[in-house]
Write a protein that binds this ligand. Structure first.
Ligand code: 13P
Length: 237
């Protein structure tokens, strides 16, 4: 079995002093991908971490104040880009058309994409989780070059599990991850790697790590605390 991937999504957290302290504590645990704010990417790159951007511009270049392009991220040594995170879909109103454009930009700059999909609590209660996820996958990946699909990882992040301490049952995660793999395979003749994200922490990682079709974890809150993140990295490796 190939190695599982642990990705830390730091979201809009940490000051520069905290980042420096974090890097010094993580020296022996670089077997992960760190996605800090853009500002701190060079610090992690200089310290030899694999890194990902939390977002990218949908535009190529030019007069788009405040934006950061895939070309720019790639030029400083960024390896991955998280695209379509539910917080951006919700707070910044990114729709599938925008997410699709960003996926294409990332791939054309040779970045690996971590495409986030997942259902709200309401959608789960209505029993339409798979419909929602299928639509997201098909719309977000429409017209991407077929040969680039191996650079796309999917992160299954149930929105109701993000930052809430609630986690789906292992069987539920297994079922959705299997559905995601089948859906992408049907379209692209390639089975993607799928990460799980949503309240993964140092306490539940042993249990979550037993799900045999999950290829890694996208960790939010728990990645901000070195001791907690190290426990997750050590458990998964
Ligand atoms: P939490 O681990 O804080 O629930 O966040 C998950 C997430 O959104 C990672 O992208």
């Amino acid at each position: 079995m190939t190695k599982k991937l642990v990705v830390g999504n730091m979201k809009m957290n940490l000051t520069l002093d905290e980042v420096k302290d974090y890097i010094s504590k993580m020296q022996d645990y670089k077997d992960c991908v760190i996605c800090p704010s853009y500002l701190y990417l060079p610090y992690f790159i200089d310290a030899d971490f694999l890194v990902g951007a939390q977002n990218l511009s949908l535009y190529e270049k030019g007069a788009y104040t405040g934006e950061v392009s895939a070309i720019q991220a790639s030029s400083i040594g960024v390896d991955y880009a998280i695209i379509g995170h539910s917080e951006r879909r919700l707070f910044i109103h990114e729709d599938d058309l925008i997410v699709n454009a960003k996926v294409k930009r990332a791939l054309s700059s040779k970045l690996k994409v971590i495409l986030c999909v997942g259902e709200t609590r309401e959608e789960k209660n209505l029993g339409i989780t798979k419909d929602k996820i299928e639509k997201q996958l098909l719309d977000d990946l429409v017209d991407i070059p077929k040969e680039d699909i191996s650079d796309v990882l999917i992160a299954y992040e149930p929105i109701w599990a993000i930052g809430t301490g609630e986690v789906p049952l292992n069987e539920e995660i297994h079922d959705i991850v299997s559905f995601i793999k089948k859906t992408v395979k049907k379209e692209f003749h390639y089975t993607p790697k799928v990460l799980y994200g949503g309240s993964t922490n140092e306490k539940n990682i042993e249990e979550l790590n037993t799900i045999d079709n999950v290829d890694g974890f996208l960790v939010g809150g728990a990645c901000l605390v070195p001791d907690k993140f190290i426990k997750i990295i050590e458990t998964v490796k």
